[in-house]
Design a protein around this ligand. Structure first.
Ligand code: DX5
Ligand code: ZN
Length: 220
């Protein structure tokens, strides 16, 4: 199943509730929530109070992407404020195995993120522990960047590897995805598509519908 995960990083925060409601009404089921700490990545975004307040108003799947150093400090708190999926960066954890167990113990789905130059080999000893692998298609930290083209091969390789292992896991892609290049990542084997700028700029409902229409061509 292919999912669109609109990233609220690109939303208008004055109208955050309306922006989310528009995406949900148009058919988006996931909501991608980018938490940045100003240490793992250069920018700072938002955290638990924002997530807790939107949690009260929607039952979308909260897909929390932690761009945070040593995220083990916060897993329980993100689970408590409403995360459904928690994704941590391998580059940000000293003991990745332990952090993944911690996420599972909170009852959340487990995601692991790889920066653009982090090798897929990193996944070898954790693949059974995760539900979703996030292949960063930009360097994390900011919305509105250009898709890094070497990501395509990486997504293909990962999907091939998962198929060889008989594992049906989600491959999420994040960064620089637009309506005019989403076919590239779908063809490569990604099935959870994050998009910030190209969902929240202009007509949100129409953007979501356009994406879902494109997805239909790739659904079996
Ligand atoms: C980047 C974030 C992304 C970002 C994507 O660090 O993880 O989720 O919001 O934004 P666009 O779709 O604008 O590239
Ligand atoms: Zn993200």
């Amino acid at each position: 199943m292919i999912h669109l995960a609109p990233s609220i990083l690109a939303a208008d925060f004055w109208n955050l509730g309306q922006n989310i409601a528009a995406a949900e009404a148009a058919g988006a089921r996931y909501l991608h929530i980018d938490v940045m700490d100003g240490d793992f990545v250069p920018s700072i975004s938002f955290g638990m109070p924002v997530i807790a307040s939107i949690r009260k108003k929607t039952d979308m799947i909260f897909d929390v992407h932690l761009m945070v150093s040593n995220p083990e400090r916060y897993i329980e708190r993100f689970a408590a404020c409403g995360a459904d999926i928690i994704t941590v960066h391998v580059e940000a954890c000293r003991h990745v195995d332990r952090v993944l167990q911690q996420i599972r113990a909170c009852g959340c789905k487990v995601g692991v993120a790889l920066n653009p130059v982090t090798s897929l080999h990193t996944l070898d000893y954790m693949i059974d522990m995760v539900d979703m692998i996030l292949i960063m298609t930009v360097n994390p930290g900011f919305g509105g960047q250009e898709y890094i083209k070497t990501s395509t091969k990486k997504i293909q390789k990962l999907r091939t590897r998962l198929n060889e292992l008989g594992l049906n896991k989600d491959i999420q892609v994040d960064g620089g995805i637009r309506k005019n290049n989403v076919h590239v990542v779908l063809e490569a084997g990604a099935n959870v598509i994050v998009s910030g700028t190209s969902v929240f700029s202009g007509d949100i409902a129409q953007n979501v519908k356009d994406y879902l229409e494109i997805f239909k061509k790739y659904e079996g």
